[in-house]
Design a protein around this ligand. Structure first.
Ligand code: XMP
Length: 525
């Protein structure tokens, strides 16, 4: 069995009858099933729905996920029918239940009533699947079709008002199906049901996202890359850094990390990356100093979208240039997270308005012929931080606030020049320092300084000045889609204002942005 499938990692020693396969029929909760099994201390892996039975033999059990399709319509996704002859415990969830019924000779029809939301389901607690549950449980349903006749040999073990077969089992063959979703929290004892299934599958519950995950992932990267080489574009953020640490642990000197210093980074950032990565032995780490090239490309450009595009394109060009110098790398490592993977390409019917052309190194590079390695694809941000901590990634990187791909170019309104960059960096550093010292840095999700393209008259040291204002922005948000300006105490703002105007030459005024998103965006460009 290969170490990687579908971008997800697992080693051979874990495979042998100790991993649960989740066949993904397209439900928005398929991945959540995997996560819940992880939470129960067992490794689970999401696999394509048509995975052949022969590839499932090493697993301890199979879960068939829900999905948006209707079995009454032609072309509905099906599982390899031979999976029912493997002798493995099988659990069908929602569409999975209907599929089992359909494939084993039962009947599925469009229900008279759609069930959506919380539903009380009566359960036969004599079933091993419902052990330690009550006879009536709050469950969460979302379906139109339903099983109207269980296949031969199956016993109905659950019913709801609208659904005659809300759960069924074939005790001898250990095949189970439930119409409701145990993986969502609204099914009150859903975790108990999944736990019962793990007991039926006789798996050891000793897997953890920490050490086990790291070992498995490192082994899988090693197996995949072999004696070849891999390349990684470091951005300085948590995702690419953790991906670099993991890959470095796996293949050491066969990993080349390229960090492009655009000159558009915040104060101290490039030095920190250099310091962090120079500590890793046997790593081919290169800082490409490209400030001059970026400033040249941005010269005279004031339009925000144009700036973004110029930075994005130049980044890719430089990366390609460096990659070519390295020659034979066959793999490209990217720090794509689960959330990146599900959101990429999804755009509300393709009609969502384009607000800004976001770019980050995650989108690199389209026309280089690399095979992709995405070791963090199953994880959420907080888990990446946990893994990073175990790997020894410094806290400053693990808790670094988000930073836009085009860097400070979108925080300098108007033309980007070296002088403006110096002013912005200095003011931004003071703001960050003060927020960190007061503890506010942990209470707001993003905070930075912006340099607008205007000047105003001031008086400093008894003399008239005609200088730049600086705008401070700090926001609280849970998802960056909407945000509120942070209520930083006025006394603190006063102190920061005094420091900036005293310490940063050229700045004679400080403003605090009190706009939420919407109507503003987080960044100014
Ligand atoms: P906006 O300004 O769109 O920002 O409200 C929302 C979040 O996205 C970050 N941002 C970017 N991140 N590449 C990125 O990776 C980009 O081009 C980019 N532009 C904005 C922004 O900092 C905020 O966290």
């Amino acid at each position: 069995m290969d170490g990687q499938s579908n971008g997800r990692f697992v080693t051979k020693e874990y495979m042998t009858k100790n991993v649960i396969a989740v066949l993904d029929f397209g439900s928005q909760y398929s991945h959540l099933i995997v996560r819940r099994i992880w939470e129960l201390g067992v490794y689970a892996k999401l696999l394509p729905p048509e995975t052949p039975a022969s590839a499932l033999q090493e697993y301890a059990g199979v879960i068939l996920s829900g999905g948006p399709q209707n079995l009454s319509k032609p072309g509905a996704l099906k599982a390899d029918p031979r999976i029912y002859t493997l002798g493995l415990p099988i659990l069908g969830v929602c569409y999975g239940l209907q599929l089992i019924a359909h494939q084993l000779g039962g009947k599925v029809r469009a229900g008279k009533k759609r069930e959506y939301g919380p539903v009380h389901t009566s359960l036969a607690t004599s079933s091993a699947l419902f052990k330690n549950l009550s006879r009536s449980e709050l469950t969460w349903m979302s379906h139109g079709d339903q099983v109207v006749k269980a296949p031969r040999g199956f016993k109905v073990i659950g019913t709801s008002e609208a659904c005659g077969v809300a759960a069924m089992e074939h005790r001898k063959h250990q095949v189970y199906g439930i119409q409701f979703h145990p993986e969502v929290r609204h099914t009150k004892h859903g975790m108990k049901i999944l736990e019962n299934f793990l007991k039926i599958a006789k798996v050891r519950r000793n897997w953890s996202l920490g050490r086990d995950w790291i070992n498995a992932t490192v082994a899988a990267i090693r197996a995949k890359v072999g004696k070849s080489r891999a390349l990684l574009a470091l951005s300085g953020g948590v995702d690419s850094t953790v991906a670099a640490y993991l890959t470095h642990r796996a293949i050491g000197r066969n990993l080349s990390c390229i960090y492009v210093d655009t000159g558009l980074m915040r104060k101290g950032e490039t030095e920190q990356i250099r310091k962090t990565f120079s500590k890793l032995k046997n790593l081919d780490f290169k800082v490409v100093d490209a400030e001059r090239e970026f400033l040249k490309a941005l010269k005279g450009v004031t339009e925000p979208e144009q700036k973004r595009k110029i930075v994005g394109k130049l980044f890719i060009r430089l990366f390609e240039r460096e990659a070519k110098k390295l020659g034979d790398a066959a793999f490209l490592v990217q720090g794509t997270l689960y959330t990146d993977a599900i959101t990429s390409g999804v755009s509300v019917g393709g009609k969502a308005a384009m607000i800004k052309s976001h770019h980050n190194v995650g989108g690199l590079p389209r026309n280089l012929k690399f095979k992709l390695i995405e070791p963090l694809r199953d994880l959420y941000k907080d888990e990446v931080r946990r893994i990073g901590k175990r790997l020894g990634v410094p806290e400053e990187i693990l808790f670094r606030q988000p930073f836009p791909g085009p860097g400070l170019a979108v925080r300098i309104i108007g033309e980007v020049t070296k002088g403006k960059l110096a002013m912005l960096c200095a003011a931004d550093a003071i703001f960050r320092e003060e927020l960190a010292a007061s503890g506010w840095a942990r209470r707001v999700q993003q905070y930075f300084a912006v340099l607008p393209d205007i000047r105003s008259v001031g008086v400093q040291g008894d003399a008239r000045t005609y200088g730049h204002p600086i705008v401070l922005r700090a926001v609280t948000t849970s998802d960056f889609m909407t945000a509120d300006f942070a209520r930083i105490p006025l006394a603190m703002l006063a102190r920061i204002s005094a420091r900036i105007t005293n310490e940063v030459a050229g700045i004679n005024r400080v403003a605090y942005d009190i706009t939420s998103k919407p109507p503003g965006t987080v960044e100014w460009e």
